[in-house]
Design a protein around this ligand. Structure first.
Ligand code: G3P
Ligand code: CA
Length: 309
């Protein structure tokens, strides 16, 4: 009995505590738990919740009839069977001798988008999964975790006379999400690679935090202490590609000094690949504990290191 006591204590220390608060840093399920289920499907979002995600990310596009849908790419061909369902609806783009065939989501109505299979490309066991609307994502996630929508391609939509910002503002207002909290954190965080989009959102939804996404090579100009202070005029956080944090070890402290949170992306391991899982978990721990990032995006919410309260 006495010999079992240390083992029991060790096991208790390893067990997640019921209702335990997360470590200082939060995890964002990147496109849902997208290592294990097709990105941006309700299946991936449900799994993210099951795996304890603090936030579930949605990349947002808009259909021709003005409905917000969750899709990473501006077009449908990578993650759906649009090419066989609507072969004639292609947009052919030429760049010199190169030709690219695109099926832009904003050229399709919601009813058409609903006909597409968004799961089979990932694995046949997910055949029949659909592209969700933002409203469906809200209905699933609200109250259980936070939402972290990214406005994708707002400039392209603006040129077509569509406003992603208007649609997002309306959706958040309609759902009572402009100042809500969940588990002690804001219920919604917004993100964009486009400064103009965040400037609009800062005016329209001043109570919702906004993360400005940056990646090389464009990022370099934004990551000096002066530019970070400038960024604070329209953003509350910076979301750098993770390599940019390793390249600039002072970045987190400089961003914090400018009043910005830091939420890098993306930490991932392919499902079933054990050494990748160990590396991803260790990397997430390094970024949260050594760099002190405020949160991070991961395809694998189950690997996010949780510390005890
Ligand atoms: O939004 C953070 C991260 O998701 C940015 O990259 O291309 O996956 O949207 P992407
Ligand atoms: Ca994103």
């Amino acid at each position: 009995m006495r010999a079992g006591l240390p083992l029991l204590i060790a096991l208790l220390l390893l067990m997640p505590l019921e209702g335990a608060q997360p470590s200082g840093a939060f995890n964002v399920a990147h496109r849902g738990a997208s290592a294990y289920a097709p990105e941006h499907t309700l299946e991936a979002y449900r799994l993210a919740l099951d795996q304890g995600a603090d936030y579930v990310e949605q990349d947002l596009g808009i259909t021709r009839d003005g409905v917000l849908v969750c899709l990473h790419d501006l077009s449908l061909e990578r993650t759906t069977d649009v090419e066989s369902v609507f072969p004639d609806r292609v947009t052919v783009e030429r760049d010199g001798t190169r030709e690219r065939r695109r099926w832009y989501v904003d050229d399709f109505t919601l009813a058409e988008v609903r006909q597409l299979d968004a799961g089979r490309w990932f694995d046949p066991s997910f055949a029949g999964a659909r592209i969700p609307t933002f409203q469906e994502a809200i209905d699933l996630v609200k109250g259980k975790a936070g939402l972290f929508p990214e406005l994708k391609g707002p400039a392209r939509l603006r040129a077509k006379g569509l406003s992603l910002e208007d649609a997002v503002v309306a959706a958040l207002e309609r759902n009572g999400l402009t100042s809500a909290t969940v588990r002690g954190r804001p219920a919604v965080l917004l993100q964009s690679f486009e400064a103009q989009s965040l400037q609009t959102l800062a005016r329209r939804l001043p109570g919702i935090p906004r993360t400005f996404l940056v990646q090389a090579p464009d990022a370099d100009g934004w990551l000096t202490p002066d530019r970070l202070r400038e960024m604070r005029a329209f953003a509350t956080g910076v979301g750098p590609a993770r390599a940019l944090v390793d390249a600039r070890p002072g970045l987190v402290a400089e961003a914090h000094a400018a009043g910005l949170t830091v939420v890098p992306w993306t930490f991932r391991a392919r499902r079933g690949v054990t050494d990748e899982a160990a590396t991803a978990a260790a990397e997430m721990r390094r970024f949260t504990e050594t760099y002190g990032v405020d949160g991070l995006f991961t395809d694998n919410p189950d690997l996010f290191p949780r510390s005890r309260p």
